[in-house]
Write a protein that binds this ligand. Structure first.
Ligand code: NAD
Length: 297
C-alpha cells in the first residue's frame, strides 16, 4: 500500500489526541472518519477542531490558514459511533484511553471488522506494540504511530516497529507522517519507547521533588524552562497531557520494568482519584487548579 491522499483513515478516540490527529490528516488531504463511544464525545472533538486553541477558526483568524483550506479540511472529516463504518479504511489509528486491556479489546474487535490488508496503528504513549498487536491477526501490518500534543503543531511522530511489522508497513506510515508535515523517527519496541521513557522519568522525579519539599510547583516549572529551555515545566505539561494518562503510563512502566523510580507517587494517584485529570473535558482541573496556584500566561 502506498501513501496516497486517496487513502481512507479511521481515527478511534476524539479526545485530546484523536481530534488533533484527525484534523491534521484531513488538513493534508486525507479522508478521515473519527470514532468514539458516544455522540457527545464526537461533538466535543469536532468542536475542538472548529474552535479549539489549535482549531481551524483560530488558524484562519491568525492568517496561518486560508478559509478555503479550513472548509476543505472539514469536508474531508466525518464521524461515527459505529465501528462497522471503519471497515473499508486503509489505516486505522487508535487514540483511546492508555489501558492495555481496553486497547486490546478494541483491537480484537477491529480485527474482525476492518478489511484484512488495512494497517493498524496505535498512538499509545508507551504500551508495547508487541502486546497490542497480539490481540490481532495482523502483526505484519501493526505499527506504533506516536504523535505528540498538540498533534496539529508538534513535529515528531515516533514510529514503533513491532516484532512482525513489515518494512512496507513502516514505509507507509513514514510516508503518511511526512505528507502530513511531520518528522517520523523509527524506534524499536519497548515500554515507553524513547520519548515516554524519558518523559515518565522526568515527570515522576519532579512530582517526588515537590512532594519532598525541594521546591514548589510553579518554581519547578519555571526552573525547567529557564535552566533547560523546555517550553513547559513538568506540572504544566502534566495538566496539558492529562493526569489520568500519566498515571496509566507510570503504572504500566512500573509493571513492565519493576523500576521503582518509574512508579507513580501518591500525589498523582490522589489527584486522579479525586477527579483532577488535567485540562480536559470532564475534569476538575490539574495541579495548578488543585493547589490554587496562579499560572503564568
Ligand atoms: P483522552 O482521554 O483525551 O481521549 C480518549 C478518548 O477515547 C475519549 O474521547 C474516549 O471516549 C475514547 N474512547 C475510550 N474507549 C474507546 C473505545 N473503546 N472506542 C472508541 N473510543 C474510545 O485521551 P488522549 O489524551 O487523547 O490519549 C489517547 C491516547 O494517546 C492514549 O493512548 C495516550 O497515552 C496517547 N497520547 C496522549 C498524549 C497526550 O498528551 N494526552 C500524547 C501522546 C500520546
Amino acid at each position: 500500500m502506498r501513501a496516497q491522499k486517496d487513502l481512507k483513515i479511521g481515527v478511534i478516540g476524539s479526545g485530546i489526541m484523536g481530534h488533533g490527529i484527525a484534523q491534521t490528516l484531513a488538513r493534508y488531504g486525507y479522508s478521515v472518519i473519527m470514532n468514539d463511544i458516544s455522540e457527545d464525545f464526537l461533538k466535543n472533538g469536532m468542536q475542538m477542531i472548529r474552535t479549539g486553541r489549535f482549531g481551524l477558526e483560530r488558524a484562519v483568524s491568525s492568517g496561518k490558514m486560508k478559509q478555503e483550506e479550513a472548509d476543505q479540511t472539514l469536508s474531508r472529516l466525518s464521524t461515527t459511533v459505529n465501528q462497522e463504518d471503519l471497515k473499508d479504511c486503509d489505516l486505522v489509528i487508535e487514540a483511546i484511553t492508555e489501558d492495555e486491556k481496553v486497547k486490546g479489546a478494541l483491537f480484537r474487535k477491529l480485527d474482525g471488522i476492518v478489511k484484512k490488508d488495512a494497517l493498524f496503528a496505535s498512538n499509545t504513549s508507551g504500551i508495547m506494540i508487541s502486546s497490542l498487536s497480539s490481540f490481532t491477526t495482523r502483526g505484519k501490518n501493526f505499527v506504533g504511530m506516536h504523535w505528540f500534543n498538540p498533534p496539529q503543531v508538534m513535529k515528531l511522530v515516533e514510529v514503533v516497529k513491532g516484532p512482525e511489522t513489515t518494512e512496507e508497513a513502516i514505509r507507509t506510515v513514514v510516508q503518511i507522517s511526512e505528507s502530513a508535515g511531520k518528522v517520523p523517527i523509527l524506534v524499536n519496541d519497548g515500554p515507553g519507547f524513547f520519548t515516554t521513557r524519558f518523559l515518565n522519568s522526568w515527570l515522576m522525579e519532579s512530582y517526588r521533588m515537590f512532594e519532598s519539599g525541594v521546591a514548589g510547583i510553579a518554581e519547578i516549572d519555571k526552573m525547567s524552562k529557564l535552566a533547560f529551555g523546555f517550553p513547559m515545566g513538568p506540572f504544566e505539561l502534566s495538566d496539558f497531557i492529562g493526569l489520568d494518562t500519566m498515571l496509566h503510563v507510570a503504572e504500566y512502566m512500573y509493571e513492565e520494568t519493576k523500576r521503582s523510580d518509574y512508579a507513580a507517587p501518591t500525589l498523582l494517584k490522589k489527584l486522579v482519584l479525586s477527579g483532577y485529570l488535567g485540562n480536559k473535558k470532564g475534569s476538575k482541573g490539574g495541579f495548578y487548579q488543585y493547589y490554587g496556584i496562579k499560572q503564568e500566561s
